[in-house]
Design a protein around this ligand. Structure first.
Ligand SMILES: Cc1ncc(C[n+]2csc(CCOP(=O)(O)OP(=O)(O)O)c2C)c(N)n1
Ligand code: SF4
Length: 299
């Protein structure tokens, strides 16, 4: 049964004063993640926009313990925290490894792959804003084709987004899910569930970024919803090998009313140089993936 808005815990773990840009999707997501995981959470994070959210030492607006680690070392750091807690017999703590797409899809992949293969006991969340945003919007392997970044300034990126979720699923984690900051209740329920599972749990979280994607700050929620309504992002979970569509993606599967990807792409300046041919190719890519996932879900 999905949690109702009125039943969300009232306790806040992020106080006023985070340093993220106005309209950033990250604090919306992080707020609900921490509500789901509670005060006995130890976060480990590399350099990224989440570090900005946490603020500068010795002041921080975040009320959980956090370890700042090196760029490629998030999963290694989380493995150490999990081992330390086990040695101390503190099994009521949750280790949350949280890194951006650059720190996961690119730099952090080996440490995460090794830890997941060993079923290390932590939740790893990759919040995906589809570029190295913290250092000025450089292309990452999570950047979709057609997007302009500061390292693809004239011609948009040609290569499609790396299918990292499939790479992680091939590790058979104890729990795997996708979610988006525009659906905080879907996000809250997935983290609440992940909290009570042992072993490696991997959650892919889409976070719209007005600064890097080029949309007005008031449209953050709308852009994330459009990503899901067009099928660019599909909400699902895999538990004990069983695949399930969730939330808006499940209702889209039932109604078959997916919107054209153009509705999502045309609202963002990063896609302004896409040609009609590239847009068509993007649509085909999204449709093919959607049909594969529908078939997996038994539709
Ligand atoms: C080894 C290393 N190379 C480069 C950097 C500089 N650096 C700091 S944050 C960052 C970008 C992080 O991108 P991502 O992980 O996608 O997170 P986001 O900034 O988008 O939140 C880079 C390149 C670094 N800290 N360490
Ligand atoms: S650059 Fe993007 S992801 Fe980073 S704080 Fe700003 S809006 Fe958020």
């Amino acid at each position: 049964m999905p949690t109702a808005l009125m039943d969300l815990p009232e306790k806040e773990y992020i106080l006023p004063g985070t340093r993220t840009c106005a309209g950033c999707g990250l604090p919306i997501a992080y707020r609900h993640i921490l509500k789901a995981l509670g005060p006995k959470t130890i976060v480990t994070l590399p350099a990224c926009c989440l570090t900005i959210l946490h603020g500068m030492y010795p002041k921080t607006p975040v009320l959980v313990n956090a370890v700042n680690n090196v760029f490629g070392g998030t999963a290694a750091s989380a493995s150490g925290l999990a081992a330390g807690l086990k040695a101390l017999g503190k099994d009521d703590y949750v280790v949350l490894a949280m890194a951006g797409d650059g720190g996961t899809f690119d730099m952090g992949i080996q440490a995460l792959s090794g830890a997941a293969e060993r079923q290390t006991n932590f939740i790893y969340v990759c919040y995906d804003n589809e570029a190295y945003m913290n250092t000025g919007v450089q292309r990452s392997s999570a950047t979709p084709s057609g997007a302009i970044t500061t390292t693809t300034p004239v011609r948009p990126k040609e290569q499609p987004k790396k299918d990292f979720i499939q790479i992680m699923e091939a590790h058979h984690p104890a729990y795997l899910a996708t979610t988006c900051s525009s659906y905080p209740m879907d996000l809250y329920d997935k983290f609440s569930k992940a909290r009570h599972i042992q072993g490696t749990r991997f959650i892919h979280l889409t976070v719209p970024c007005p600064a890097g994607w080029g949309f007005p700050t008031r449209e953050t929620i709308k852009i994330g919803r459009l990503a899901v309504e067009t099928g660019v992002i599909v909400l699902y979970e895999v538990e004990n090998g069983v695949f399930r569509l969730t939330g808006k993606s499940l209702s889209l599967a039932k109604t078959r009313r997916k919107r054209p990807v153009e509705d999502y792409l045309k609202r963002q300046a990063r896609f302004k140089k896409m040609t009609p041919e590239q847009m068509e190719a993007f649509q085909k890519e999204v449709d093919a993936r959607w049909e594969t996932l529908l078939a997996r879900a038994g539709f």
